[in-house]
Design a protein around this ligand. Structure first.
Ligand code: GLN
Ligand code: ZN
Length: 737
């Protein structure tokens, strides 16, 4: 029956981002398909070798771009518009990922509550699933040739359908379940014929709230797949949270093993009688964070489960896709490093735990004491002394009047979201200072030149509220992490965000404080060059934490309050230096929203509270802006209003301002009139059309005219004409108000 210690998945981008490099070279045409496939094969071989100490080694965790897209390809569900391009199989796959010619890419969206993004399957009434590929079979064989027996990992059929979108109105992809199950059955049959003993099917969608119809689909899926005459044994996982009602459904199905996430959901109830004849794969080593596991506690937890299931084995709590490869590659301060474990170290922990569970005890060297997080009594005392009024500003009307008196802005005021294009010169200067080729002073001088250029350009274009352009920021979170105490940045700690795009989340390891101002010199320099207001530009506390690895020894709310205090001090310093408008970006506010509805109110309470703690120290006459990268506020609309920002800028161009319909937003709002994700330059008339829509819903004094998002990924050839058209459109509309 056994499956043994394992991980639910592993990083695939390569310890030095080898896959990113190979894929991008292939896209650029500098290597051919054979060379790309060879690089991929090398990475897979290295991964299996690294995992070979585990009792059960996963395979098919590799992907050229995204495992959801792999699933679409495997079952013949790549939309026709990509197949019509007449490309090779691999290029058709990349076309679906990135778009090509007139064929727009599949939509990219967030994978559960992680920072990974997947490509949304497009399914319609005409979709006919079939086994169209053999990737899991081929990778199984490839590993076997290397002498390693593996367990192919597949995205589960029900989660796949729940992640998809219907191509025709009212079409629900779940209605395709039976057709998809036939294709899965064909695959399981092939894997069985190949000699595969175990297959893993991931059903993370069931750690979110699900309807009884959806639970019914899960029941049906595993009754059908479990009932197949010749099949491998099945491990079904549900990670990122608590399987809740889905756990008994799976336990009562014929599958042999169930994987649960005991880190995200330590209180998962395993009091499910039907589990008694299953293997319980207990996810006890955190797959999403970078801390060393308390092996003693994990072993005790595993031991406590022994009576609930036929057998208990140890795993990571989720796929390890979300953590960096190897701590050995890093040069970190010893007290921080001693507390960390990346993917390789976590595999080791699982091996040790698996053995300890059999032997009944841990080896002596595994019972280590880890250093405590660094403590800052001053910060703790400040937090303890906070009162509710620290999160409350004067009423909006009072603020609006004071700000108008001070800023004298026209109706339909124009601005941008913060960043201007990150040119080759900027990147080269940053690389040069990092390598020590230029000194800090020279670097600062080059950044100031850039700021001066950007201010001149904005003056010339005629924008009302200017920005300094953020040339000094490599990344909107890392920049702050580098300037705050309590954060560490890694050198190779890359994790996949989507496709070849990787991020390097900082690590919050101790109490957070601000040794000195972080943005004031840049903002005040920019303000010294113009009489127009220049916006101070900060990243909000929730976004800083959402894009970092966070402490797990205290509630996230407590860490958020510490970050908020640092930002509050920064705002006070910006004000003292003469900055009149300050933007605090919170594009990740919705990202951290818990998967289960019951957990959402508490989250919104502390996250909104942190933003307000950061911003409510601003004086009445300081205009506080916030920026969110999306417009589908859904369940967070109330929270966004509760942020109490004077101006909120959001995405809206792609949805043609539909968002404003029925949106009673009580303060300033800037629905983007220019889609910065597209290289197209909007014409003046295009922008006029959007503003015409917007003024129907929002009075001109509260309506701001701005792009959708920051401009850093665009080039000046597009940005300059687009902003000129935007400003011209605003001034034309102003005369008609
Ligand atoms: N101020 C940031 C910028 O303009 C905001 C980026 C974001 O919303 N993701 O780049
Ligand atoms: Zn944005």
């Amino acid at each position: 029956m056994t499956i043994g210690s394992t991980v639910f998945g592993y990083p695939r981008i390569g310890p030095k981002r080898e896959l990113k490099r190979a894929v991008e070279q292939y896209w650029a045409g500098t290597i051919d398909e054979a060379a790309l496939r060879e690089a991929a094969g090398d990475l897979r071989a290295r991964t299996w070798a690294e995992l070979s100490e585990l009792d059960s080694v996963p395979s098919n965790t590799f992907s050229f771009y995204d495992h959801v897209l792999d699933t679409s390809a495997l079952f013949g569900a790549i939309p026709q518009r990509f197949r019509d391009l007449g490309l090779s199989e691999l290029d058709t796959y990349f076309a679906a990922a990135r778009g090509r010619g007139g064929a727009a890419a599949l939509e990219l969206t967030k994978w559960f509550d992680t920072n990974y993004h997947y490509l949304v399957p497009e399914l319609g009434p005409g979709t006919e699933f079939r086994l169209a590929g053999d990737k899991p079979v081929a990778e199984y064989r490839e590993a076997r040739e290397l002498g390693i027996t593996t367990r192919p990992v597949l995205l589960g059929p029900v989660t796949y359908l729940l992640l998809a979108k219907g191509t025709t109105p009212g079409f629900d992809p779940i209605t395709l379940l039976d057709s998809l199950l036939e294709a899965y059955a064909a695959l399981l049959g092939r894997l069985h014929a190949e000699g595969v003993e175990w297959v893993q099917l991931d059903e993370p969608a069931f750690t979110a709230d699900r309807t009884s119809a959806e639970l019914g689909a899960l029941r049906r899926a595993y009754r059908v797949l479990g009932g197949l005459p010749g099949r491998p044994k099945l491990l079904v996982t549900g990670y990122y949270g608590d399987l809740g009602e889905a756990l008994p459904v799976l336990a009562e199905s014929p599958v042999e093993a169930i994987g649960i996430d005991l880190v995200s959901a330590p209180d998962t109830s395993v009091a499910v009688p039907a589990l008694r004849d299953k293997v319980l794969v207990a996810g006890l080593v955190d797959g999403r964070n970078v801390w060393r596991t308390d092996l003693r506690a994990a072993l005790a937890k595993a031991a406590s489960l022994l009576g609930s299931a036929g057998e208990v084995v140890v795993s990571s709590s989720s796929t390890l896709l979300h953590v960096p490869y190897d701590l050995e590659a890093e040069n970190l301060e010893p007290d921080v490093r001693a507390r960390l474990a990346f993917a390789r170290q976590k595999v080791r922990e699982i091996v040790v735990l698996g053995k300890a569970l059999r032997d009944g005890e841990l080896p002596g060297d595994a019972r280590h004491e880890t250093p405590r997080p660094r403590r800052d009594d001053h910060v703790r005392a400040r937090i303890a002394s906070l009162r509710p009024e620290h999160r409350v500003r004067a009423p909006y009307e009072e603020r609006a009047a004071a700000q108008q008196a001070r800023l004298g802005l026209p109706p339909l005021a124009t601005t941008t979201i913060g960043s201007f294009p990150q040119t080759g010169d900027i990147r080269r200067a940053r690389a040069a200072v990092r390598r020590g080729e230029i000194g800090e002073a020279e670097y600062a001088a080059r950044m100031r030149d850039e700021i001066a250029r950007v201010i001149d350009l904005q003056e010339d274009i005629g924008l009302d509220v200017l920005v300094h352009g953020e040339p000094e920021r490599n990344d909107m979170v890392q920049y702050f992490a580098e300037h705050l105490e309590g954060f560490a940045c890694t050198e190779f700690g890359w994790v996949q965000s989507y496709g070849s795009r990787c991020v390097r989340p900082p690590v919050v390891h101790g109490d957070v404080s601000r040794p000195e101002p972080m943005t004031v010199p840049w903002s005040t320099y920019a303000q010294s060059l113009t009489t127009k207001p220049v916006k101070g530009m900060l990243t909000g506390p929730v976004t800083i934490l959402a894009w970092s690895f966070v402490r797990d020894d205290q509630p996230l709310a407590d860490t958020a309050a510490q970050v908020a205090l640092a930002l509050r001090d920064e705002i006070r310093d910006l004000e003292a230096a003469g900055i009149r408008v300050i933007q605090v970006d919170e594009p990740a506010l919705r990202e951290l929203l818990p998967l289960r509805g019951k957990d959402q109110p508490a989250y919104l309470e502390w996250s909104v509270g942190a933003f307000r703690l950061a911003t409510a120290g601003a004086t009445t006459g300081t205009q506080v802006h916030t920026h969110l990268c999306y417009s589908e506020f859904g369940e967070v609309i109330g929270a966004i209003s509760d942020l109490d920002a004077d101006v909120t800028t959001i995405e809206a161009a792609r949805s043609k301002m539909e968002i404003l319909e029925g949106l009673e937003f009580p303060r300033g709002i800037g629905p983007g009139v220019y889609d910065i994700h597209s290289p197209l330059v909007p014409g003046e008339d295009d922008v006029v059309a959007l503003i015409t829509e917007a003024v129907r819903a929002v009075p001109g004094e509260r309506l701001w005219i701005n792009p959708d998002c920051g401009l850093k990924t665009r080039g000046y050839a597009e940005v300059e004409p687009a902003l000129r058209n935007m400003v011209a459109a605003a001034s034309r509309m102003r005369s008609e108000l």
